[in-house]
Design a protein around this ligand. Structure first.
Ligand code: DGL
Length: 277
């Protein structure tokens, strides 16, 4: 890792545009860092795909980002973090940070009664990655998890929070009713956009853990420890966005997620992406 320089960008990837929640957290915390984002908009969702497929896609994107000379890769996608992180860390010679450990750490710290809830895509929950990360930090804690596959399309479609979204959440979060967790990990890039309605349904006493925000703090720590934080220049960081497709309503969704329109936006053809191994 000795050749890495603080002036290099941080690479961030997700299955689509949801990972912009992590980009926003990074922009707020580390405004001088250059960021290169890759959203696999042609192949989203990852949450319902097999482990092997998500690992293959994650390797292709990481190789693409590495070619962009990034100094670190942040796996913003919970599903990819859950199933592909170890394999990426073993293959790429730069620091690679996922969202599972930072989110788990924050949940453990705020679980006063030792009860943690996790919600995520079907693949993330099936992988048991959050359970394993929490067990490693605090083996005595009780973990309850619940896949919520309908939430991603509802967020993408921007459904109003008071109707179907609330009903769907009431149904999913019922499993936590009898035994309320102290903290609930929002284990998917899309769930932070539903924070107010999730809080309303689960109750005010449960602390919601935004894995994206926790990951931004972890990125800061890792870069600081390696002497790779880019605070030499007073200039704001540059941000580039790459996607594998411009699907319908792309502009609208991207603008909603980022809070402003995406600048420096480029498309990478799937054939090109697939040529990376
Ligand atoms: N980015 C995914 C995650 O955080 C959600 C969308 C998908 O299923 O690809 O798990």
């Amino acid at each position: 890792m000795s050749e890495l320089k603080s002036s290099q960008a941080i690479g961030v990837f997700d299955s689509g545009l949801g990972g912009i929640s992590v980009i926003r957290a990074l922009m707020d915390l580390l405004p001088h860092e250059h960021l290169v984002y890759f959203g696999d908009t042609a192949r989203v969702p990852y949450g319902s795909k097999s482990k092997e497929t998500v690992i293959r896609f994650s390797h292709q994107i990481s190789a693409f980002l590495r070619e962009k000379q990034v100094k670190m890769i942040v796996v913003a996608c919970n599903t990819a973090s859950a199933v592909a992180l170890e394999s990426l860390q073993a293959s790429f010679n730069i620091p690679i940070v996922g969202v599972i450990k930072p989110g788990s750490g924050a949940a453990v710290n705020s679980a006063d009664n030792g009860r943690i809830g996790v919600i995520g895509t079907a693949s993330t929950i099936r992988s048991g990655a959050y359970r394993a990360a929490i067990r490693e930090l605090a083996p005595h804690m009780e973990v309850m998890d619940q896949p919520c596959p309908l939430l991603v399309p509802l967020v993408e479609e921007d459904w109003p929070h008071d109707g179907v979204v609330k009903q769907v959440l009431q149904s999913y979060l019922k499993s936590f009713e009898a035994n309320k967790p102290d903290s609930l990990i929002l284990g998917c890039t899309h769930y932070p956009y539903l924070k107010p309605v999730i809080q309303e349904v689960i109750g005010e006493k449960v602390r919601l853990i935004d894995s994206g925000e926790e990951t931004a703090a972890e990125v800061q720590d890792v870069l600081e420890n390696l002497g790779l934080l880019n605070h030499e220049t007073g200039d704001p960081g540059k941000h580039e966005f790459f996607v594998s497709d411009f699907p319908q309503k792309f502009e609208e969704t991207a603008t909603r997620f980022l809070g402003r329109s995406l600048q420096n936006l480029f498309k990478v053809e799937l054939e090109v992406l697939e040529s990376y191994k």
